[in-house]
Write a protein that binds this ligand. Structure first.
Ligand code: LLP
Length: 426
């Protein structure tokens, strides 16, 4: 595990004392562990290799899109799953070639599609018949043939939080699975789209095998149907979704996913790919924060300098993140329940209720919010004029600030006031 405690320095992350990072980088501060990221990237690959299942790995970079993260994963042999033109530029900038890029998303603009087609990325996952035709026109205008997959909605309940379920009938994603054969036939008549296969994404933070099994079995049926209708299928994109333990969940190992994919799709003679985000990146990150104030009452509050604008997940999804003190003494102190909150002026700016932490917590103490590497910094905003926090990479004993803390001056500098609002010059 990336976290350990010693008597001199308190909490360490991948061997680096967190108090040292806080002293230099300030708080709040996102920390990414390169060693943890590499270890997980390799463990995931090993799970599929053990099944003798060749799979392309596309990191869902929406979960964490820093150039350093992408560089590390590129070096582990990963491509990316992107959902915008911005992510495409970031991936290319990090040296991930077009052949390592899969473009998902329910609303790709003309410009985004054109850039993807011109770059000849590996695969564009088309979400509707309308998009299929639009892609065909855009590719025609570029003089190209776009490689596309149909994203189908398999109508499976991922048994996860409502806001991160994506594969139920009525969710906005994908093409109704019953229409896949018909659309495949329609695509075959288009000159500038080459349909190479199918894609699904069932949901996120999935903790059981069953929805994966249902979704992929349905996909396998579709492959057989489409082939029976005379169309070729070379590739299947299985999406992401593998969950992790935040609190006390029993999280399945990647071997589970490899096993289900092997059993349901393994003998179809297609190129397989997966798009994990959270499983790879969540445990690689902590959000380091300092106590601004404690507030005695009922309940007792500890107000920290990170807030919902930094880490939005608790406010958005009621998600649970572990919270640890950093000071060495804190680990032997008496404990009591605290409500851990941020300074933002909203009642939803709460990280934890009744969380058992040292009774001695006081102004100036450091705390670490755990498993914030996925959907953490990437979902930050500057609400309440709170600039984006600094980011740090820890790698095998070394560490470095990899994104400077934004300043309020940066925020103001991006704004202009129209002339007519300014007092006329004398
Ligand atoms: N592929 C597609 C098409 C997706 O939409 C997603 C996530 C993934 C892959 C990666 O899923 P993962 O392996 O990370 O579960 N902000 C939410 C999560 C939203 C996930 C959206 N789609 C959260 O903080 O829980």
């Amino acid at each position: 595990p990336p976290l350990e405690v010693n008597a001199r320095d308190g909490l360490l992350f991948e061997g680096v004392p967190l108090h040292v990072i806080a002293a230099v980088a300030g708080t709040p501060c996102w920390i990414t562990g390169a060693g943890t990221l590499r270890r997980r990237a390799n463990a995931l690959k090993a799970a599929f290799e053990a099944r003798n299942l060749p799979v392309h790995f596309h990191f869902a970079m929406k979960s964490q899109d820093h150039q350093a993260t992408l560089t590390i994963l590129r070096d582990c042999g990963y491509g990316v799953d992107i959902v915008s033109g911005g992510e495409m530029k970031r991936a290319l900038h990090a040296g991930i070639g077009p052949d390592g890029i899969v473009f998902s998303g329910v609303g790709k603009s003309d410009l985004e599609l054109r850039e993807a087609v011109e770059r000849e990325i590996r695969q564009i996952n088309v979400e509707s018949v309308e998009e299929l035709h639009r892609l065909n026109e855009i590719a025609r205008a570029c003089g190209k043939v776009a490689r596309a997959a149909l994203r189908v909605n398999p109508d499976v309940d991922a048994q996860t939080h409502d806001k991160i379920s994506t594969g139920r009938a009525g969710d906005k994603f994908g093409i109704e699975h019953r229409r896949a054969v018909e659309l495949y036939a329609e695509a075959a008549t288009l000159d500038h789209v080459q349909l190479i296969g199918l894609a699904v994404h069932l949901g996120s933070q999935m903790l059981t095998a069953e929805p994966f099994r249902q979704g992929y079995s349905r996909l396998a049926d579709m492959v057989r149907e489409i082939r029976a209708a005379g169309h070729p299928i070379e590739t299947i994109d299985c999406g992401g979704g593998l969950g992790i333990r935040y609190k006390d969940e029993v999280a399945p190992p990647p071997e589970m996913l490899a096993g289900v994919i092997a059993e349901t799709l393994g003998d179809l003679d297609v190129a397989l790919s997966i798009e994990p985000g959270r499983w790879l990146s969540a445990p690689t990150g902590v959000l380091l924060s300092r106590v601004i104030e404690t507030k005695a009452g009922n309940p007792d509050f500890v107000v920290i300098d990170a807030a919902m604008n930094d880490l939005a997940r608790p406010a958005l999804y009621d998600s649970w993140h572990g919270i640890l003190p950093v000071a060495p003494a804190a680990f032997s102190d008496a404990l009591k329940p605290w409500d851990v909150v941020g300074p933002v002026c909203e009642s939803s700016d709460i990280f934890a209720k009744d969380r058992i932490l040292p009774a001695s917590l006081k102004r100036g103490d450091l705390v670490a919010l755990l498993d914030t590497g996925a959907y953490g910094s990437v979902m930050s905003s500057t609400y309440n004029s709170r600039p984006f926090a600094a980011q740090v990479l820890v790698d095998n004993g070394r560490w470095e600030i990899i994104r400077q803390r934004q300043t309020v001056e940066d925020l103001i500098a991006a704004e202009t006031v129209p002339d007519w609002l300014l007092p006329a010059h004398g």
